[in-house]
Structures are given as C-alpha cells and as structure tokens.
Design a protein around this ligand. Structure first.
Ligand code: HEM
Length: 503
C-alpha cells in the first residue's frame, strides 16, 4: 500500500519539503510585494485628468517634475504645462509617494471664487507650512484662518493703515530710494555706459525700506547707504576686494538682529515674516519692472512723460518730486505700469490651499486634506481660458456679479500697461484694477496682507528711478527672460545701462 508521502509525491526522506516551502514562501513574498506595489501606486481622485503613465509607477510624476526643475530651476511652469498637455483646467499630479495627489487648477474666475468666498473649505496650505514653517513656526502666515490667526494679525494691522502708509512707510521708502539714486549716480559714473547688475540693489532697497518702516531705522545705516559711501570714494580703478569686505561687514548687522528676533515671541516672528514677505517679493517685482521698462523703451518714455507732466512744478524747478507729491498724485499710466509689471513678473506664480473637508471643485469630488494649487501663470491670465460649462461651477460663483473682466486674447502674455486703462465715459483713460485678472498677490482674507504697502513702495521707487535715469537697452546676452523659482519667481538676469535724465 502506498504511503502518505508517496501519495503526495513527497520522497520518503522528505528532502524536497524545504524546496517546496521555499517555493511557497517565494510565492507568498512575491504576492505580498505585488500587493504592496499595487497599494503603493498612486490612487487617482476619480474623474480628474492625470498623466496615465505616472499612475503606473510608484514614483508617479516625480521623475519628469524633478528633471524639469533640475534643468530649469523652475517648478510652476511645469505644473501649468500639465494642464495644457491634459487639456483641462483641473488636473491631478502624483508628486509624493503614499500621499494624496496635488490638484492643479488654472482658471482665474474659479480661483477667485474659491479664494474670496470659499475660505472655510480651502484654507492656508499644509504643504506651504511644511516648506516654510521651520524658521517662524508661530507666524500667522502659516495658521489656519481661525481665532488665533486673527489675534496675531491684529499685532501687525497698524502697518497697513492709510496714515501709517503715507506718513511713515512712504517717507522711509523715499529716503532709502534717494540713497539708491545717489548710489546709481556713482555706479553710472564708474560704469561709463556699461551695463550693471541691478538685482542686488533692488532687493537691498526693498530690504532697507521695510527694515526702516518696521523698526524706524535711520536710513543712514542702510545697506544701500553703506554702498553709497564706498562707491562715492572710489575712482574707476578702485579695488573690488575692498568693496566685498565692506559689503559683508555692513550686511552682518541686520542679519544678527534678525536671528535674535527669531528666537523671541510670536509677535516678533510676525514682524520677521513681514520683513521676509515684504523684502523678497517687492525686490523681485522691482527687478522685473526694470527689465520690462528697459526692453519696452516706448513704455518707459510714456511713463517719464506722464511723471513729468503730473509733477510739472518739480520738473520746472529741476528737482526731485517730494514724497507728498508722489503719494498724493493720481497718475493712471504709472499705476498701469506698476500693475502690469506685477502681472508679468509672476513674482508669486501659484496660490496653494488645503481642502479642509470633502469638497466639490469644478464638478469633481476633492477629498479632505488635498493640496490644491491655483495657478496664476497660465490659461485665463496669459493664454486663453479653458472652456468651462457653468454647470461645473459652485453656487457661490453665481451669488455675485462682481466678476473681473478677462484679457483680450491677443498678446495676453505681452507687457502692455495700457490693458489696465479703461474709458471713464468722459473720454479719459483711467486706471482700473479690475480691468482683468491678476493673481500675483492672491485674493480674499488670506491674500497678501502687504499689498497696499508694496504699491506705495513700487510707485515711489519706480517714479524716482525713471525720473532720474534713462534705462538704456542692454546687450541681448544680458537681457534674457530665464527665471528661477525660489520663495519668489525671480529673473536670472537684470542689468541696467544708466544715463542721467536731463532736467
Ligand atoms: C510685490 C510684492 C508682494 C507680492 C507679489 C506678495 C505676494 C503675496 C502672496 C501671493 C501671498 C499669499 C496669498 C495667498 O495665499 O492668498 C502673500 C501673503 C502675505 N504677504 Fe505678501 N506680497 C508682496 C508684498 C508684501 C509686503 C510688502 C508685505 C508687508 C508686510 C507682505 C506681507 C504678507 C503677509 C503677512 C502675507 C500672509 C497673509 C496671510 O497669511 O494671511 N507682502 N503675499
């Protein structure tokens, strides 16, 4: 009679048993790995378009995204390019393993509705706090829109009142900028019509301005005035090493004070973040503005003519317009140039929010916790909008009639300040901030808190620069439009060739 092992085809000594066990174990491990792999694959949010190949890899869209950022130093143009490629105003991207996809929306009207009216559903982004919260974790910038945020916000609210803007912020900015004008006179003397880099000076001017606005510092101790002392004292054969040494020593002072502030109270952190938020953004926007004015000589001439006509007394008296004359004047073309510079600068290219609960966006279900990127650098602002059926919009979208106009689809991406000027019905062209879409400051309760201050600064600084200097065209090699995404979207190159305006 056959033994049990013969019946089961096991050899009597049982040698094969471990091999079978091994096969079984391998099969189980392979099955488990397969299950694990399938579990680790991105889980798309139903219905929202995505890159099909990305959904088949646990690394999702990471490969192409990293390749792009490594090659270009930019992220946001890649995000919006995926909307265009997938031909949809809303898409999802798998950018981090084991987490929800990012949702990317590129439609200004929808974005505006969300930011202005759906703040309870979409609040300050967790992703944003993760990348920028390390230095000042208790800053209101990072908080959800709750009581604590509003309490913190109160601590800094004074710096945006009209009184403070005109009586404190404007004079400080003016003094800092006059130092810049004097510095550039020295630089122009030394450069003798050669182009000079302007990016650092724009950032330092913005830093000095906000520093003196917040701390009431004497502009005589600013980074610009320190440079001014130095450049005034050298002749064209001056030694650049000395400049470097002095430059570093004059920068150390503010940096030490910042780090002391960092470790202090949440109130100090709020001021510190205002410094960062104000300096880098305004500096970047000014840098772009100089490039646009340099490359659009007709706009520059028109702006100078508008300024000289509005400040006719100062022009006739061959002097600088005073701070009161600048802040007290209505100059539509100047305001249009500032707004168009901000639009085309893309200083901030995306506004990010976290879905606070399960919500619906453009007809799709978005699970709680999803990060949503609202893009300001693509269709509906710089290229024609996607066609979106009204049935996909949220009821809040139809609750008001205050929608912003849209841009003429011709030349949407071009630098044309005139797009902000509308007919007032009496034959005059007047500046209208609602003429068309702009997302550079975000919108709604969590939109940029310092927007008014940045307008005061930009109007003053651009007025004084264009009043004093012609920004002559620069060689092509120094006039590129490459950009880098850091905390802001800054130009790779910004050079100016300065000639003093004859008065
Ligand atoms: C050209 C200049 C500036 C640009 C382009 C800019 C842009 C922005 C953007 C895009 C946001 C996020 C908005 C959102 O999430 O909806 C923001 C927030 C903020 N900005 Fe600005 N900003 C500028 C200047 C300033 C200045 C001068 C200050 C001065 C204090 C400032 C203070 C802030 C603060 C405190 C927040 C956080 C608001 C909140 O969380 O509620 N910004 N800014």
């Amino acid at each position: 009679m056959a033994t049990m092992s013969e019946l089961l085809h096991f050899p009597p000594n049982g040698d094969i048993l471990p091999a079978n066990t091994a096969v079984l174990a391998i099969a189980i491990i392979t099955g488990a790995l397969l299950l694990l792999y399938r579990w680790a694959l991105p889980t798309p949010i139903p219905g929202i378009p995505y890159n099909k190949a990305a959904a088949k890899s646990i690394f999702g869209d990471i490969g192409p995204m990293v390749q792009h950022t490594k090659k270009t130093n930019r992220l946001y143009d890649w995000l919006v390019a995926q909307n265009v490629q997938l031909n949809s105003p809303i898409i999802q991207l798998f950018t981090r393993p084991f987490t929800r996809p990012w949702v990317v929306v590129t439609d200004f009207q929808e974005t505006r509705d969300v930011l202005m009216r759906r703040g309870k559903e979409f609040d300050r982004s967790k992703f944003f706090s993760d990348i920028s919260g390390g230095i000042t974790p208790e800053n209101h910038f990072l908080m959800k829109t709750e009581d604590e945020f509003r309490r913190h916000r109160k601590w800094v609210q004074g710096i945006m009142t009209p009184g403070f803007l005109h009586q404190v912020a404007a004079p400080h900015t003016y003094h800092v900028c006059m130092d810049l004008i004097r510095l550039w006179e020295q630089k122009a003397r030394l450069a003798q019509s050669h182009p000079i880099s302007a990016e650092g000076d724009m950032h330092r001017t913005a830093l000095d301005a906000i520093w003196s606005i917040v701390f009431g510092a004497d502009s005589g101790k600013s980074t610009i005035s320190a440079q001014l002392d130095l450049y005034s004292s050298i002749n064209p054969s001056g030694r650049s090493q000395k400049i470097q040494m002095l430059w570093h020593s004059c920068q150390r002072h503010p940096i030490d004070q910042q780090s002391t502030l960092c470790s202090q109270s949440p109130r100090a952190q709020n001021f510190l973040v205002s410094l960062f938020a104000a300096h880098d953004t305004t500096g970047t926007a000014l840098t772009w503005a100089l490039k646009f004015l340099t490359d659009n000589q007709d706009v520059q001439r028109k702006l100078r003519a508008a300024l000289q006509s509005a400040h006719a007394t100062a022009f006739a008296e061959k002097r600088q317009p005073t701070v009161q004359e600048i802040t007290g004047s209505v100059i539509h073309y100047r305001d249009a140039v500032v707004e168009e510079s901000l639009r085309c600068s893309l200083t901030e290219s995306a506004i990010i929010r976290t879905a606070m609960k399960d919500v619906t966006l453009l007809g799709y279900h978005i699970p709680k916790g999803t990060e949503v990127f609202f893009m300001g650098n693509g269709p509906s602002i710089f290229t024609p909008a996607f066609d979106i059926d009204d049935s996909r919009r949220n009821p809040t979208y139809f609750a008001t009639n205050d929608r912003i106009g849209s841009w003429d689809t011709n030349g949407m991406a071009d630098f044309i300040p005139e797009r902000w000027l509308v007919d007032d019905g009496k034959g005059n062209k007047v500046f209208d901030a609602a003429a068309g879409p702009l997302l550079t400051f975000g919108l709604g309760e969590r939109g940029c808190y310092g927007r008014k201050l940045s307008y005061v600064e930009m109007k003053l600084i651009l007025t004084l620069i264009v009043w004093n200097f012609e920004l002559l065209p620069c060689p092509k090699e120094l006039s590129g439009y490459g950009a880098i995404d850091k905390m802001t979207h800054g130009p790779e190159q910004c050079y100016v060739r300065l000639a003093k305006v004859a008065m």
